[in-house]
Design a protein around this ligand. Structure first.
Ligand SMILES: [Zn+2]
Length: 93
């Protein structure tokens, strides 16, 4: 749990280590628009695809760190949150 303005509600920037990948790193493939998942362990992640979003996100990471920046970015994108939750529940079935 990360302290701050928004609750993470179970959403967090994934641990960079992948248990199932041969390289131990996630290998993200696009699911739709700005939602990706690892082709090995299927962990879902939001990542900006537009340059303006990427620049804003990079600035937030510099100020707040990846975990807090990620939680806030997802907090401000209800559709992304919904989709990530749905992907997580399939993955945990
Ligand atoms: Zn993975």
């Amino acid at each position: 749990m990360v302290a701050g303005k928004y609750s993470n509600n179970g959403i967090a920037y994934p641990n960079p280590h992948c248990d199932k990948s041969p390289t131990s790193a996630h290998h993200y493939i696009v699911v739709e628009k700005d939602i990706w998942e690892c082709k090995y362990c299927h962990i879902p992640i939001w990542a900006p695809v537009y340059l303006s979003d990427s620049e804003k996100f990079a600035t937030q990471i510099r100020f707040k760190g990846i975990q807090r920046a990620y939680i806030e970015a997802v907090h401000h994108r209800p559709e992304v949150r919904k989709k990530i939750r749905a992907l997580e529940s399939i993955r945990n079935d």
